[in-house]
Write a protein that binds this ligand. Sequence first.
Ligand SMILES: [Zn+2]
Length: 410
Amino acid sequence: MIRLPLRLLSLALLVATGPLRAQDFPVDPPRRPSPVGPEPPPLLARPEAPIPATELVTPFQLLDRFVLPGSRQTLQWAPPDGLGRGELPSPIIIAHGARPGPVLCLIAGIHGDEVNGIEVARRLGQEVDPSRLRGTLVVAPIVNVFGFSRMSRYLPDRRDLNRHFPGSRSGSIAARMAHGFFNDVVRHCDALVDFHTGSFQRTNLPQIRANLSEPSVLELTRGFGNTLVLHSEGTRGMLRVAAVAAGIPAVTFEVGAPQFIELQHIEPAAEAIRILMDHKGMLARESTDAAAPDPAPIYFDSRWVRTNASGFLFAEIELGQAVTLGQRLGHVIDPVTSERTDIVSPFPGQVLGKALNQLVLPGYAAFHIGRLTNEQQAVLQAADPAAAGDEVGEDPAERPATERPELERE
Ligand SMILES: [Zn+2]
């Protein structure tokens, strides 16, 4: 029973190698199908090389738990002092790479109704393969579980969590929550991206908002491929402002409108984060020979264009569209008199954000137009506070934004 297959094998090897010997190849001959059985398929991917001792990483510690290198875990964060009693805890997805690298934090759902960012963060947290990752991805997709469970931007006391970072141990519910999250999670990050959307009835083209006068933040903005970047200092209490003050480069990533799942914005935003992780050496992407993306368009000067009439707003432009000086962006129709008032662009630029069609009052900020510049110019202007136009990153309608939480944007 054993001899027969062996003899067959010997015969088969002779048959297979005979012609090759006759051709007398000076080097290794080409591989031929073996008649003794199917040849194993070519390896689609080389097995991971053993990790050198110098690259061994220790478990990642967060929230009193340890996540082993090369593994993923979903931990749970709850606000301090029992604030989360009766509520769902907030999930924290951790993909801890098998090799050393930076800790990148993706934060979403600080405003509970801004679901596009929640979906972007969730996708990335689940798709990353920790065995191939360098560094650590920390994803907090739903920080404000109170608001999320009610599809609301705010905390139960109507406070805006993104005006209270880094928080305090003995302040309001928002300050305590911010303090807990900042110390439990944010302080472990080497870089941070905080996802948001336009505020009520407004939508934003996917865009990075960042304080370009901070060198570490400027460097971070270079990693998102060709996602546009808008300079914005931010205001006190925002997560990204508090993180930068604590030495952690941070940006806001605006993605579409609140309350909707908009795949046309979600997928480009997720891809921008993949590009960022590649840029930071965390992912070794397959297509390294692809052409380098165009540099990101940078906007420093931007303005919200307001209506001067009341009635129904009808937009005539799309997000991202280039517009010329004086071009009609939309119009307002008085529903009683049918009087029509046009809204025109104050300068040539690009539509970065817009209000959805709705009933508006005079003074309502309807279209957000940005003027393209280059990085060097933007950095120079960012260093000169007098050069700043509208505080575009925050409230399109009024300042100080903190007095009018219903109008805040980021
Ligand atoms: Zn927001």
